[in-house]
Design a protein around this ligand. Structure first.
Ligand SMILES: CC(=O)SCCNC(=O)CCNC(=O)[C@H](O)C(C)(C)COP(=O)(O)OP(=O)(O)OC[C@H]1O[C@@H](n2cnc3c(N)ncnc32)[C@H](O)[C@@H]1OP(=O)(O)O
Ligand SMILES: O=C([O-])CC(=O)C(=O)O
Length: 465
């Protein structure tokens, strides 16, 4: 395929100056990070700039769910020693914080709905397991549509039912998908624990994951915090915008959530949490002393030049489309990470993360043309936290999805209530028009070799147990 791919590169490359000439907002954003306005939302608000003396300036990032500052939500729930997933999900779906009976009823509904169709785990989740749990979840979500008698009913009542069911079963799809992979690919024992309707989402996640179903209160609380912080981030982030776009075409909830999962898994979006941990492991393997600032800085320079790690030139967990000085979620995370690292004896690693957090923005700013600042994003510390909780790498992005499906649901419902207009931006064509020629008279390149054969799907080798 080498020759053909070179042809594609030649045909598809559009010169940079044309984007400037036609004022195309690449990535649908201005250089200073302001996004092209694509809609209005009541679900959440992100602030990264403030007006001081009439001048707009970058500020520390702020995030509000339905008008409530994320700091206050986290602080309030933590202070009362409650789990926050269900309460925050209620807030995002219904627009106000629940009172006690409302929270009890909603939590009970989520608990009751944590139930998959008969033999679904055997017939769907355990078939052709994959290391890529996001793809496994996507397949499960699409297959669940076959069990829904009202799959295409777009009434709010039906869509809410579908969203709540998916919110409830996402932890099962993720963890069972992991167990199937771990068994068939890694030859480990497989156990499928049932969820407990009385427990919170965070507790259930750990219960389903661990062989003995046990976890400490601190572990469940930290995971619950992670879920709260990842739940929602405005209409413009890649997976939520995908949700909005696919919803606007009139598609069903399963197809919409499958599309959103496919967006979130990308390493520039939710998939960054896996990349951060892989990058940090690579860093540790590449330097002789990871407390040595010079060595760490040199490694980061190599990453940026595409000479280290995955060759993409990105320092994962750094930078954000909107935030510049700070991502409030990373700040909240960091304060808990430090405590957890002390408890788990991982202070040295915490020091390394802190060092990279300080050095990376300087290294990026030195090597790239910057229009706005770069700081640690929510994905920077999350993988480290999950690692300390003994959660396998394959589940890091799925945990993000377990939280973010709430935001996707709120945006799908908001899109259905308001827009009823298919989202369809414009692409200016810079195509040159041509005169048709007959097959006999065409020049063209010759296909050499048959290297496509290397790419054929391999039969999965049967594992002996
Ligand atoms: C939940 C989330 O989705 S949070 C984001 C998770 N993603 C990551 O952590 C991946 C690493 N980060 C990135 O790829 C980017 O910072 C993004 C995709 C998050 C934001 O991208 P943008 O808004 O386009 O970044 P921005 O406009 O600030 O970039 C300016 C320059 O700095 C570079 N830059 C920004 N972040 C990084 C980074 N982490 N590593 C290397 N270079 C970076 C950009 O490539 C760009 O340089 P270029 O014009 O030469 O290509
Ligand atoms: O807003 C974005 O572009 C990415 C992000 O942080 C999120 O989705 O949580």
């Amino acid at each position: 395929m080498k020759k053909q791919s070179e042809v594609i590169r030649g045909q598809d490359l559009i010169q940079n100056d044309l984007f400037t000439k036609y004022n195309v907002k690449r990535g649908l954003r201005d250089l200073n990070g302001d996004g092209v306005l694509a809609g209005l939302t009541n679900v959440s608000m992100i602030q990264s700039k403030e007006t001081v003396d009439g001048e707009v300036k970058p500020c520390h990032g702020k995030l509000f769910y339905r008008g409530y500052n994320i700091y206050d939500l986290v602080r309030g729930i933590m202070a009362d020693h409650r789990y926050g997933f269900e309460e925050t999900a209620y807030l995002l779906l219904f627009g106000e914080l629940p009172n006690k009976p409302q929270l009890k009823e909603f939590s009970a509904m989520i608990g009751d709905m944590r139930c998959l169709p008969t033999n679904f785990v055997r017939d769907v989740v355990m078939k052709a397991p994959s290391k890529d749990i996001m793809n496994s979840m996507t397949r499960s979500v699409l297959t669940l549509s076959s069990y829904d008698m009202h799959v295409s009913d777009l009434s709010l009542e039906n869509v809410l039912r579908q969203c709540m069911m998916l919110i409830s079963v996402f932890p099962m799809l993720a963890v069972y998908g992991y167990h199937a992979y771990n068994h068939y690919e890694n030859n480990q024992s497989m156990y499928i624990h049932h969820p407990d309707a009385e427990l919170s989402t965070a507790e259930n996640l750990l219960r389903l994951l661990r062989p003995d179903m046990k976890y400490s209160k601190l572990e469940a609380k930290v995971l619950d915090l992670a879920l709260m912080l990842h739940m929602e981030h405005g209409g413009g982030n890649n997976s939520t915008f995908t949700t909005r776009v696919v919803t606007s075409s009139g598609s069903d909830t399963y197809a919409v959530m499958a599309a959103a999962l496919s967006s979130l898994k990308g390493p520039k979006h939710g998939g960054a949490n896996i990349k951060v941990v892989e990058m940090m492991n690579d860093l540790k393997a590449c330097v002789t002393d990871y407390s040595d600032q010079d060595q760490v800085e040199t490694y980061l320079e190599h990453v940026l030049r595409g000479q280290a790690f995955d060759g993409r030139g990105l320092i994962y967990g750094m930078g954000h489309a909107v935030y510049t000085i700070s991502d409030p979620r990373a700040e909240v995370f960091k304060s808990f990470v430090e405590k957890l690292a002390q408890e788990k004896g991982c202070q040295e690693e915490f020091e390394l993360y802190s060092m990279v957090e300080t050095l990376a923005p300087k290294v990026i700013e030195k090597n790239r043309k910057m229009y706005k600042g770069v700081s640690a994003n929510v994905d920077f510390y999350s993988g480290f936290v999950y690692n300390m909780l003994g959660i396998p790498l394959e589940l890091y992005t799925p945990i993000f999805a377990i939280a973010r499906i709430v935001g996707w649901s709120a945006h799908r419902l908001e899109e259905l209530v308001n827009a009823d207009k298919i989202i369809r931006p414009a692409y200016k064509s810079v195509l040159e028009l041509k005169t048709y020629t007959s097959l006999e008279s065409r020049d063209g390149y010759e296909i050499e070799g048959q290297d496509y054969k290397d790419y054929r799907l391999e039969e999965r080798e049967e594992k002996k147990h």
